[in-house]
Design a protein around this ligand. Structure first.
Ligand code: GLP
Length: 258
C-alpha cells in the first residue's frame, strides 16, 4: 500500500490527477473506473481544464462508473448519470457510448446487474478511483458486505442516507436502494486510487488503514490489493497513528514528496 498525505483537497486532487494523466498518456483507450461525490469534483475540473488547455484527449477512453441510485426519476439531477455528465463527461471529448453507469431506470434491475458484470468482464479497468464513505463504504458497499460481493442492488444504511441528504431537499428524498459494483469487482482493477478529504472521514480512514481487514469496514478490503494508492488530506489523516504517518509520502504540508 502507498499512502500520500496532502495539505488539502486541492493538492489531493492534483496527486490523483497525476494518476489519470499518466494512465491516459500511456494508453489512449484506457478504462477508468470512476466515483461520484464531493471528493472527486476538483479532480474532474482538473481533467476538464487539462483537456481544454493541453488537448489531452479521451476520445478512445472508456469510463465505467461505480454505482447509481435506484428509484430517482430519470431526469432527477441527483442521479449519478447526470452528476457525471455535468461534472465531467460533457466537457471532455469522450464518446458517449464509452461512458457506462449502472442502469436503474429499466424494468429488470437483476438484468441490469448482469449486463454490468458482462461489461466489467470485457473491460478490465486500468485504474479504479474511489471515494470513502464516512462509515467506510466504497461504492455503495456498506459495512457487512462480503468481500466476494459483485454487482447487485443494495439497501443503503441510514448513515449513508443521512450523509447524502445534503444533495437532496430532505432525507426522505434520498433513495433507499442503489446498484453498485461489488467489492470483488473493485479489487479486480489493475490499480486502485482511493481519496478521502476532511475531518468527517478521519475515523473511516483510520479503520481502513489501521483496523482489521474486516467486512465491518469495506474500505479495509483494499489493503489486499497489490497496487493500492491512498491519497488523503491532513484533516482526514488526523486519527492515524504516528507509525502510519511516518510511512506516508507527504505533499504540500511542508514535506517534499519523498
Ligand atoms: C457516496 C458514493 C460513493 C462516494 C462516497 C463518498 O455515497 N456512493 O461512491 O465515494 O459516498 O462521497 P463524498 O465524496 O461526497 O464524501
Amino acid at each position: 500500500m502507498n499512502l500520500i498525505i496532502t495539505s488539502d483537497n486541492q493538492t489531493l486532487s492534483q496527486k490523483a490527477f497525476q494518476f489519470i494523466k499518466e494512465t491516459i498518456t500511456r494508453k489512449a483507450d484506457a478504462v477508468f473506473g470512476l466515483p461520484t461525490g464531493d471528493t472527486p469534483k476538483k479532480l474532474y475540473q482538473m481533467m476538464i481544464d487539462d483537456h481544454q488547455q493541453q488537448g489531452t484527449s479521451y476520445r478512445e477512453a472508456r469510463i465505467i462508473n461505480l454505482d447509481e441510485y435506484v428509484g430517482l426519476a430519470t431526469d432527477h439531477p441527483q442521479r449519478y448519470f447526470h452528476f457525471m455528465r455535468s461534472h465531467l463527461i460533457d466537457h471532455l471529448d469522450i464518446q458517449l457510448p464509452n461512458f457506462h453507469i449502472p442502469r436503474s431506470d429499466c424494468i429488470s434491475l437483476h438484468q441490469s446487474c448482469l449486463l454490468y458484470e458482462a461489461l466489467l468482464a470485457t473491460h478490465p479497468r486500468d485504474i479504479q478511483l474511489l471515494g470513502l464513505g464516512i462509515n467506510g463504504h466504497i461504492g455503495f458497499n456498506e459495512p457487512g458486505t462480503p468481500f466476494t460481493a459483485r454487482t447487485r442492488v443494495v439497501t443503503l444504511t441510514e448513515d449513508t442516507r443521512r450523509a447524502n441528504a445534503r444533495f437532496f431537499s430532505s432525507i426522505d428524498e434520498v433513495p433507499k436502494r442503489a446498484i453498485t459494483m461489488g467489492i470483488e469487482n473493485i479489487l479486480e482493477a489493475k490499480k486502485i486510487v482511493i481519496m478521502a478529504s476532511g475531518k468527517s472521514k478521519a475515523q473511516a480512514v483510520r479503520n481502513m488503514l489501521e483496523g482489521e481487514i474486516t467486512e465491518a469496514c469495506p474500505g479495509s478490503a483494499l489493503r489486499m490489493h497489490r497496487d493500492l494508492w491512498v491519497i488523503i488530506d491532513t484533516l482526514a489523516s488526523q486519527k492515524l497513528s504516528d507509525s502510519t504517518r511516518h510511512q506516508a509520502m507527504v505533499w504540500g504540508v511542508g514535506g517534499d514528496g519523498q
